[in-house]
Structures are given as structure tokens and as C-alpha cells.
Ligand binder design. Structure first.
Ligand code: ATP
Ligand code: MG
Length: 250
């Protein structure tokens, strides 16, 4: 579903991504681990074109992110078409950023109705189904400020799912939460993984990686250092940098 090739990204003279290759297959859950500053967030942001790459390519499905092929020539996409590509990709951030002046249900249906022109009754019915999936059926009419951080993040996950993405990106979704609220968000993500959603998850939750990931990717210094099934990368890392990183969690 995702095929990244030789992805490069620099900020000024700071080369943050130094040639990332990554394939993600339909239904796969890929967890990206790596130290702070290794380029994990930058890579996720390249996948849904919140950042422009400097080199390489990313395919999501049959679409090349940011470009289209016309008469054999690659053209940069217009902002409207980039928005259309992004509709296939949901993203959840560390900061949930719900709209404070909207109820939970309004938060979820805003993009499907306002941007993607789903029929209103359909968007609302789907939002209610998503609230059930994330365990918040009783909170449809609540205000975000009346919810716990874990509940707000689960609403943010439902909101990202509301546009029916084929790929979900999670960037440290539990890092801003109090420890006792982390579990409920990870459990929700496990549910989605079990439903066969394709997910790329940046997290420091090694337990989640061990239990939910089909594949673990260790990034450091803007490259993929090592990847494989969790029982290999986490339990028996081959590269010294992976070993050093993981030793902090034991
Ligand atoms: P963390 O675990 O702390 O979230 P990360 O692996 O997600 O780290 P990135 O956020 O991708 O790392 O950042 C990689 C590098 O790119 C860092 O050195 C950071 O300072 C730099 N960087 C990120 N965003 C920008 C930006 N908008 N402008 C300039 N430099 C940036
Ligand atoms: Mg980051």
C-alpha cells in the first residue's frame, strides 16, 4: 500500500531524511521506533504531504504523493489535488487538537461533510459507529473540554477515521497523556489493527510494538537502521544502535 523510495528531506543544511526506503503492505501494522530527532515525524509528514520531499518518491496505493503522471511526464499536484490524495490518509498527532467550540460528534463529521461532501445523514451515522469502535458512544454530544485526555485522543482517532482512509498514521499518539490513560488509547489502536486497518505508528510504547506490530522499523539519523518482526528487532536486535536504543527500555 505504501512504497517509499530513497526519501530525502532537508531543512536548510540540516539533512533530516537521508534516503528512507519503506514498504507497507495492506493490513500491516508497522511501528517506527527511534531516538528523538531521528526524523520519524518528518517521514510521516512526507507521507501525507504536510512536508515537501527534496528527493525520492512515495507511493500510496496507485498514487504518487504530490505528483501525477500526465502524458508520461510527472507534474506537481495542485493544492486541491493534494487535498484529495490526503483524503486516503488519516493522521493522529500527539496533540489531539479537537475543535473546542464543537461537540464530539461535530468534530468527527466536520471534515466528511464540510470538505469531502459526504451526505450529512451518512456522515453522522458513520461517526456514531466510529464512536462505538473507540468506546465513546455516550459522548457524542459532550464538549472536548469535558473529556479526559485519553477520551479526547480516542475522539481524534475517530475523527481521522471519518474520512475512510486506507492508511492511518499515528505520531506518538500517547506521549501527551497521563500514564494511566495510555492503555485505553493503545487498546483502541489494537482494535483497529485487528480490524485490518493499515497503520504506521511512531511510538515509544515498546509493549505495543511487541504485541501489535507486524513489523518494527528502527530509524536513526535519518535512515532505516534495522527492520523486521518484533520478536527479531525488539528481542534480538542486530545493529548496535538498535541495541543501544532498546537497552534504555529494559
Ligand atoms: P521526536 O522523537 O523528538 O519526535 P523525530 O524522530 O520525530 O523526533 P523529527 O521531528 O522528524 O524527529 O525531526 C528531525 C530533525 O528535523 C530534528 O533535528 C528537527 O530539529 C528538525 N526539524 C523538524 N521539523 C523542522 C522544521 N519545520 N524546520 C526545521 N527543522 C526541523
Ligand atoms: Mg516526532
Amino acid at each position: 500500500l505504501v512504497s517509499a523510495r530513497n526519501v530525502h528531506k532537508s531543512y536548510g543544511h540540516n539533512e533530516v531524511l537521508k534516503g528512507i526506503d519503506l514498504d507497507v503492505f495492506p493490513g500491516e501494522v508497522v511501528v517506527i521506533l527511534g531516538p528523538s530527532g531521528s526524523g520519524k515525524s518528518t517521514f510521516l509528514r512526507c507521507i501525507n504531504h504536510l512536508e515537501d520531499m527534496n528527493g525520492g518518491s512515495i507511493m500510496v496505493g496507485d498514487q504518487q504523493i504530490g505528483y501525477e503522471l500526465k502524458k508520461g511526464i510527472l507534474h506537481r499536484l495542485s493544492p486541491r489535488k493534494i487535498a484529495h490524495q490526503r483524503q486516503k490518509i488519516g493522521m493522529v498527532f500527539q496533540q489531539f487538537n479537537l475543535y473546542p467550540h464543537m461537540t464530539v460528534l461535530q468534530n468527527i463529521v466536520e471534515a466528511p461533510i464540510g470538505v469531502h461532501k459526504f451526505p450529512r445523514h451518512e456522515a453522522i451515522a458513520y461517526a456514531r459507529a466510529l464512536l462505538a469502535t473507540v468506546g465513546l458512544s455516550d459522548k457524542a454530544d459532550a464538549w472536548p473540554r469535558h473529556l479526559s485526555g485519553g477520551q479526547q485522543q480516542r475522539v481524534a482517532i475517530a475523527r481521522a477515521l471519518a474520512i475512510k482512509p486506507t492508511l492511518m498514521l499515528f505520531d506518538e499518539p500517547t506521549s501527551a497523556l497521563d500514564p494511566e490513560l495510555v492503555g485505553e488509547v493503545l487498546a483502541t489502536m489494537r482494535t483497529l489493527a485487528d480490524q485490518g486497518l493499515t497503520m504506521i505508528v511512531v511510538t515509544h510504547e515498546i509493549g505495543f510494538a511487541r504485541e501489535a506490530a507486524d513489523r518494527v522499523v528502527f530509524m536513526d539519523g535519518g535512515v532505516v537502521v534495522e527492520q523486521g518482526p518484533p520478536e527479531q528487532v525488539i528481542a534480538d536486535p542486530q545493529h548496535p544502535r538498535t541495541q543501544a536504543f532498546l537497552s534504555r527500555f529494559i
